[in-house]
Design a protein around this ligand. Structure first.
Ligand code: NAP
Length: 512
C-alpha cells in the first residue's frame, strides 16, 4: 500500500497514525494511505512565512509568471500519469480526468501570461495618484502589496489538480507562499502533481508546500498576515470562519461552498432547434461530467410549463442512454462517486428530493455489486409544487430536477439562496435583460448559451479570466477573474504625503 507523504519544510515526510485509506471508487480496492499525525504544521507555516515569502516577494510579477509556467510544464510532462490517477483514485473517466488536469495546466498558463503582462513590478499600483488638498504637493496613491503570511488552501475532492493549481497560481503570482491541503479521498493525484513540481525544482524553497491527510489544527494556527481559501461543504466553511483565531486576528477567509446552479430555458427557445439542442447537450454534460461532482453542475432545470413534458422525455432519453461503469473501460461515459460517504450523502439527497418530486429516471438503488455508483437521476416537479429540498439541498451527484415555470423564473432561481453560475438559453434580448436583472445579484456568473458561440465549454467550466464564486449559500467568496484574483493575497494600502516621494515609492511597483 502506497503511503502518501507530505511536502513540508522542504522535505517529503510521512505522517504517523492510522490515517485514512484511499480507494478506487469503481472497485472499492484500497489504493493508498494518507496520515498527517506527527507532522509539525506550525513549523511548516513558519517555513512558508520566513523562507517562501521573502523569496517570492523578491521576484517581479514577470519572474513569478515564469514559475507558474514551470509548474504548468511539469504537469504537462506528467499528464498521462496524472490522468491515470484521476481514473484510479477519483473515479474519473479519461475525459473527466482531462477536465481536471488540463484545467490546472491552462489556469497556470493563464496566470503565467498575466505575470508577463504585469511585468517588472513587485506590487500593484492601484488607480491614479490623487491630489489631496489645495497644494499639488499633497498627494495620495493606493498600492497593493503581498501579505507576509502563508496562503493556506484547503481543497475539495472533486478537482485535486485544478483546485490546487488555480488557487496556487493566484497566490504565487501575488507573491504569497502556499500551503495546499487536498481533500484526502482524492489526494493521490494532488500528491503526484506536487511530486513532479518538486522534481523539476521550478519553485523557490518554501513557496509551495503540501499537507496530505487530515488537516488537524492547521486553520487554528493562522495569524493576521495569513489567508485561508477553502472549497468544500458549507458546514466546514462555516466552522472555519468561526474559529477563534480567525475572528481574533481577522484572518482573511474565502469560501467556495454549495451551489444549486440553475439552467433556464427561455420562453422563446421552444422545444426544438439549435438553441434547444444546445440546452439539452449542456444540461446532460453538466449532470454527468465527473458524475455530477462539480460545484458548477446544473442541479435545477427551469423550463416554460408548456415544454416541460418534452424536456422531461428528451432528458430522460439522453441520460438513460449513457453508459455508466468502471472508467477504466474506454466506452464508459460516467464513473462512480468519489467514496462511500459521498454515495451515502447523495442517496440521502435523492430520498429527500423524492419526497417532494416525481422520480422520472434513476434513483438511489445500487447499480453494481461493487463501487460507489449512482445512475443518472431525474426528478420532475409540478408547476408551483412545494419544493423546499430542491432549492436547499445540494445533491452532489448526477441528479437533476426539472421545474416548470409559468411566470418570470428569476424568483424561482433565487430560491437557491446564492449560486456560482446560472445559465440562460434565450435569444430574446428583452427577456434576457429582465432575467439577468433578477438573477445576477444571486450569482457569481451568468452564462448565456448560444449555438453560434463556437468552442464554448458550457456553464460548468470555470475560466481563469472570469470570477468564480457566489453569494450566500455559495460561500460569499470570489476566486480567479484574471488580475482580480490577486486582491485576496495583497494588502491595499494608501500612501499619503509629499508628491515626489509618494510617486517615487509607487514607481517601484511599475518600474520602467
Ligand atoms: P468537506 O468535508 O467540507 O471537505 C472539504 C475539504 O475541507 C477537504 O480538504 C477536507 O479535508 C477539509 N476539511 C474538512 N473538515 C475540516 C476542518 N474541520 N478543518 C479544516 N479542513 C477541513 O467537504 P466534502 O466532504 O469533501 O464534501 C461534502 C460536500 O461539500 C459535497 O457533498 C458538496 O455538497 C460540497 N462540495 C462542494 C464543492 C465545491 O466545489 N463547491 C466541492 C466539493 C464538495 P479531508 O478531505 O481530509 O476531510
Amino acid at each position: 500500500m502506497q503511503h502518501l507523504a507530505s511536502f513540508l519544510g522542504g522535505r517529503w515526510l510521512e505522517g504517523q497514525g492510522a490515517g485514512q485509506q484511499l480507494f478506487n471508487p469503481a472497485t472499492e480496492e484500497p489504493v493508498a494511505l494518507a496520515a498527517s499525525e506527527g507532522l509539525d504544521l506550525a513549523a511548516a507555516l513558519d517555513y512558508g512565512r520566513n523562507t517562501g515569502g521573502p523569496a517570492l516577494r523578491a521576484l517581479s510579477f514577470a519572474e513569478r509568471g515564469v514559475l507558474l509556467k514551470g509548474m504548468a510544464d511539469a504537469l504537462q510532462g506528467a499528464r498521462d500519469d496524472l490522468l491515470e490517477l484521476g481514473i484510479r483514485n477519483c473515479g474519473n473517466t479519461r475525459s473527466d480526468a482531462k477536465f481536471d488536469v488540463d484545467g490546472a495546466i491552462a489556469t497556470l498558463l493563464a496566470y503565467a501570461e498575466l505575470g508577463t503582462q504585469l511585468g517588472a513590478g513587485r506590487f500593484l499600483v492601484d488607480g491614479e495618484g490623487l491630489q489631496l488638498g489645495r497644494s499639488p504637493r499633497f498627494h495620495g496613491q493606493h498600492v497593493s502589496v503581498p501579505r507576509h503570511g502563508v496562503a493556506v488552501h484547503i481543497n475539495a475532492f472533486n478537482f485535486p489538480a485544478w483546485g490546487m493549481a488555480e488557487k496556487a497560481a493566484a497566490a504565487l503570482l501575488a507573491g504569497m507562499p502556499v500551503l495546499s491541503k487536498p481533500a484526502t479521498a482524492t489526494a493521490m493525484l494532488a500528491q503526484r502533481a506536487m511530486q513532479v513540481i518538486v522534481e523539476r525544482k521550478v519553485l523557490p524553497e518554501g513557496a509551495l508546500q503540501l499537507l496530505v491527510g487530515a488537516p488537524r489544527d492547521l486553520p487554528a494556527l493562522l495569524g493576521a498576515q495569513d489567508v485561508l481559501a477553502f472549497t468544500g461543504s458549507g458546514d466546514t466553511g462555516e466552522r472555519l470562519r468561526a474559529l477563534p483565531n480567525v475572528i481574533r486576528h481577522s484572518v482573511r477567509v474565502n469560501v467556495e461552498a454549495d451551489s444549486l446552479n440553475a439552467a433556464v430555458l427561455g420562453p422563446d427557445a421552444g422545444a426544438s432547434g439549435d438553441l434547444y439542442e444546445l440546452f439539452l447537450k449542456e444540461v446532460v454534460r453538466d449532470v454527468t461530467q465527473k458524475a455530477g461532482q462539480k460545484c458548477t453542475a446544473i442541479r435545477r432545470v427551469l423550463v416554460p410549463a408548456e415544454h416541460a413534458a418534452t424536456v422531461r422525455d428528451d432528458l430522460a432519453g439522453l441520460l438513460g442512454n449513457l453508459k455508466v461503469g468502471n472508467p477504466a473501460d474506454e466506452d464508459v461515459r460516467m464513473g462512480p462517486l468519489t467514496n462511500a460517504a459521498q454515495l451515502a450523502d447523495v442517496r440521502d439527497g435523492v430520498e429527500k428530493l423524492g419526497a417532494e418530486g416525481k422520480l422520472v429516471l434513476g434513483g438511489s438503488n445500487a447499480v453494481f455489486p461493487k463501487g460507489y455508483f449512482l445512475s443518472p437521476t431525474l426528478f420532475e416537479f409540478a408547476p408551483g409544487a412545494a419544493a423546499d429540498a430542491v432549492h436547499a439541498r445540494e445533491v452532489f451527484g448526477p441528479v437533476v430536477s426539472l421545474l416548470p415555470y409559468t411566470t418570470a423564473p428569476a424568483a424561482l432561481v433565487a430560491k437557491g439562496g446564492g449560486g456560482l453560475v446560472c445559465s440562460l438559453y434565450s435569444e430574446d434580448a428583452a427577456w434576457l435583460e429582465g432575467a439577468v436583472a433578477g438573477i445576477a445579484p444571486f450569482h457569481g456568473r451568468i452564462y448565456i448559451g448560444h449555438p453560434k458561440v463556437e468552442l464554448s465549454p458550457g456553464p460548468g467550466t470555470v475560466l481563469p479570466q472570469l470570477v468564480h464564486g457566489g453569494p450566500g449559500r455559495a460561500g460569499g467568496g470570489e476566486e480567479l477573474g484574471g488580475q482580480r484574483a490577486l486582491a485576496f493575497y495583497l494588502q491595499r494600502v494608501a500612501l499619503q504625503g509629499s508628491r515626489p516621494l509618494v510617486q517615487g515609492l509607487a514607481k517601484a511597483g511599475t518600474p520602467g
